[in-house]
Design a protein around this ligand. Structure first.
Ligand code: SF4
Length: 353
């Protein structure tokens, strides 16, 4: 199969974009020696999910974050570990009023204790807590990338309102659209009606090379954002209803950014195997330019995660003998790639760029 066709699906293209970002971010210039990136995919808020997320952080902050383990910290855990005092203190004296019943805080304290990220002791009937590790301010920048390998006019029409919302809310520091390069001297993406704040990145998935067709303008996560709840009649000459908005405070945006970063830390972008049928006899992995991609022996290509699901008509369970023989690496084709990807994910968390 020619290289250019290996990444025809949006899913395969997206995995290449993630891999490129992990190796070569940023698109122009270079990071300083202390800055490293963490890449994740398919994350965002309840209302908006980004294809690829790049988080810029520092080695030292990432090492401090690693003290809290690989699982994400939800808002309740963050509330406790970030406010925990240096000396043993009754938990109600130490923590700010959570705004919800204290019994839930006690549950969170016990969870933090079980995870080994908070010192907890009982003195009489009183639960006392003490900080175990400093929770760092580890998220320097968040960059959102939307992947559209074939950015034609109809794809741009779908993308435009999403990017407009991203720009108005300003949750990320930058927004980009990644697309495949064409033979045209000017990227066709530039003729589409995308917000000027969004950058356009042309990524060749086979060569893993990128060029900037349009530079992204920085957004302002520290300023209040605007959530467009209804775009009104802007799409139709018959509908002249007004757009509606709501404001999002900088504090709320900071909480959302941290929640996204925590999930990115936990999942990375190699977690796609968790939702695929790695127990299928056709499931395998192919190494391409140093990257492990899932491979379907039945389709003879990289399958998408939605194809590779319980409803796939080609699914065949792996023979039990494969597991018993520990083939190819301790039990069936799915186990091999799962372990390899988990190892790479772990290595990237303690990233050495
Ligand atoms: S046959 Fe279907 S379930 Fe099996 S690996 Fe291929 S896409 Fe996945």
């Amino acid at each position: 199969m020619p290289d250019s066709h290996r990444y025809d699906s949006e899913f395969a293209f997206e995995l290449r974009v993630c891999y490129w970002a992990e190796r070569d971010w940023p698109p122009t210039g270079s990071l300083d020696d202390d800055t490293v990136v963490l890449v994740a995919r398919q994350l965002g808020t309840k209302r908006r999910r980004w294809d690829t997320i790049v988080i810029e952080t520092s080695r030292e902050a990432l090492a401090q974050r690693a003290n809290f383990g690989t699982d994400r910290l939800d808002s309740d855990l963050l509330h406790v570990v970030r406010s925990a005092p240096d000396e043993w203190t009754y938990y109600r004296d130490a923590l700010p009023d959570p705004g919800y019943p204290w019994r839930y805080v006690r549950e969170t304290i016990h969870e933090a204790d079980d995870r080994g990220i908070l010192d907890v002791r009982k003195t009489g009937n009183r639960i006392e807590i003490r900080r175990r590790f400093h929770y760092p301010d580890w998220v320097d920048r968040i960059v959102a990338v939307e992947n559209k390998p074939d950015l034609d006019a109809s794809a741009a029409r779908v993308l435009q309102p999403q990017i407009e919302r991203d720009v108005a809310l300003g949750l990320a520091d930058e927004a980009w659209v990644a697309t495949r390069p064409t033979d045209d001297s000017v990227s066709p993406a530039l003729f589409e009606d995308l917000p000027v704040e969004a950058g356009v990145l042309e990524i060749d998935p086979a060569m893993l090379s990128a060029s900037v067709a349009w530079h992204a303008q920085g957004l302002d996560p520290a300023a209040p954002g605007t959530r467009i709840t209804d775009r009104g009649g802007s799409d139709s000459s018959f509908d002249h209803s007004a757009a509606t908005f709501e404001y999002v405070s900088p504090e709320r945006k900071a909480d959302l950014r941290l929640a996204i970063a925590e999930r990115a830390y936990e999942r990375g972008w190699r977690s796609f195997v968790d939702v695929m049928r790695s127990d299928c006899r056709w499931f395998g992995a192919r190494e391409q330019s140093g990257q492990l991609l899932p491979w379907c022996g039945s389709h003879c290509r990289t399958q998408t995660s939605s194809e590779c699901s319980g409803s796939c008509p080609e699914f065949e369970p792996e023979p039990p003998a494969w597991r018993q023989r520990g083939w190819p690496i301790e039990g069936g084709p799915g186990k091999g790639i799962t372990q390899l990807l988990a190892a790479r994910r772990a290595r990237t968390r303690s990233t050495k760029k």
